[in-house]
Design a protein around this ligand. Structure first.
Ligand code: FES
Ligand SMILES: [Fe+2]
Length: 439
């Protein structure tokens, strides 16, 4: 029997002020409702427009569980189309990326479509004369996702008409994307190389929450980052030798609680937020020769300093997209089932910046986010244990209480102690809102 379907009150009851019910992580019906409502009522990151630089280029991905294509049309505009032939439903493309040329051609009966989705031609069209094809769904071509926004190269889409418009939905949180783009002396980013895909047997929200969870690195990553630091110390006893890049990246993970308390987190409405307001694990990387000079030439010294002084750690764009500005990396957590999530990591090149910056980004992604990373496995182990542990009936609630303040609900933005779980509560308040607004 259905417990949550068409029952907004039951869904709302899953989220309390300081705890959330386990069904938000393990229940198939709740997951299906997330796909139907949450992922349709919110702005979902689709891809970066540098992945489709030329007319006809396409990139296949998904919004929730809906397969979509991001495609560059002949006029240069980027469209997001549902990957479904309007004739009998066949997926138009099966590969992740490619170039369609001037049009898509369905592999089943060869109907063809312009790269904005509109119908171009039907073989043996006379068979449709006087059949009223003009009134059909099929004549409209490949259906576009209704709301698409290309924000400084980052393409987002929203499937439903309900919900906020783009600016209202993201508000001030867009400042993280701005900062990441501004870090390029040319004000442009490009996705470099492919995608690092890493399958996780856990709920997608565990990964999102983890990026605001500053009380776990020094514990869960002791075995990886902690060991790397120990090994380096043994190799260079008592010396002030410059840390090699890998140690420079690992070391801040083992910072004490105080470091994370003082870094601060910022909350924005609709579930967005970021860690690392005053400083972050990215603050103390060594300078890349020639980069600052290029930034000064592009922006002037004051502005260049302001851009580079911003060292935000993880920014979460609710529901499932995260950005690391200072290291030029993004991650998208694709929900596949209540206990299955595909994490996709992208690394970016800052156009006109020294190649060494890209090298550091790639090193970071390999060490921290890739399926071969040692740090990523620590987190995965915790998620999988939690996914299993949540089936214990003795306690159906997950606690998100750290530094709770009953007045916080009234505030739409704030900067607070970096170990607060306010950002998790903020995410679940948004979850409740966008889950139920179309029920
Ligand atoms: S299903 Fe695509 S042309 Fe028939
Ligand atoms: Fe972690």
């Amino acid at each position: 029997m259905s417990k949550y379907n068409a029952n907004a009150a039951a869904v709302r009851d899953l989220v309390r002020e300081t705890e959330v019910h386990r069904d938000v992580y393990i229940n198939q019906e709740v997951f299906d409702l997330e796909m139907e409502h949450l992922f349709a009522n919110t702005w979902i990151y689709v891809g970066h427009d540098s992945q489709v630089p030329n007319p006809g280029d396409y990139y296949g991905t998904a919004i929730g569980k809906q397969p979509v294509l991001m495609v560059r049309h002949s006029d240069g505009m980027v469209h997001v189309l549902y990957n479904r032939c309007p004739h009998k439903g066949t997926r138009i493309t099966i590969d992740t990326c490619g170039n369609a040329g001037k049009f898509f051609r369905c592999p089943y009966h060869a109907w063809s479509f312009r790269t904005d989705g509109s119908l171009l031609a039907i073989p043996l069209r006379k068979g449709y004369e006087h059949t009223g094809l003009e009134q059909s769904h099929a004549i409209k071509g490949i259906a576009p996702v209704r709301h698409v926004k290309n924000y400084r190269g980052f393409v987002f889409a929203k499937m439903n008409d309900v919900g906020d418009d783009f600016e209202e939905y993201f508000g001030e949180s867009l400042s993280t994307i701005d900062n990441m783009v501004d870090r390029s002396p040319a004000g442009r980013l490009e996705v470099a190389g492919g995608v690092l895909r890493y399958m996780h047997n856990c709920n997608w929200k565990m990964l999102v929450e983890n990026l605001t969870d500053t009380c776990h690195p020094m514990v869960a990553h002791e075995s990886s980052a902690g060991t790397a630091i120990e090994v380096w110390k043994k190799m260079t006893p008592g010396s002030n030798q410059k840390k090699p890049p890998a140690v420079e990246i690992y070391a801040p993970f083992m910072s004490p609680y105080e470091f994370f308390e003082k870094m601060g987190i910022r909350i924005w409405r609709n579930g967005h937020g970021h860690t690392g307001v005053h400083h972050s694990i990215h603050s103390d990387y060594s300078a890349i020769p020639g980069y600052f000079e290029k930034m000064v030439a592009a922006y002037g010294e004051t502005r260049a300093k302001a851009i580079l002084d911003e060292n935000r750690h993880n920014t979460s764009y609710f529901p499932n997209f995260t950005v690391k500005g200072p290291i030029q990396a993004t991650r998208l957590f694709k929900p596949l089932g209540p206990d299955r999530t595909l994490a996709e990591s992208f690394t970016f090149r800052l156009v006109d910046a020294p190649d060494q910056l890209l090298e550091r980004t790639l090193t970071y992604s390999r060490l921290i986010n890739a399926p071969t990373s040692i740090v990523g496995h620590d987190d995965l182990e915790m998620y999988e244990r939690a996914q299993e542990g949540l089936h214990v009936d003795a306690n159906p609630w997950v606690n998100v209480q750290r530094l709770y303040d009953p007045a916080e609900r009234e505030q739409e933005t704030a900067v607070v102690n970096g170990t607060s779980e306010w950002q998790m509560r903020n995410q679940f308040r948004a979850w409740s809102k966008f889950m139920t607004m179309s029920m």
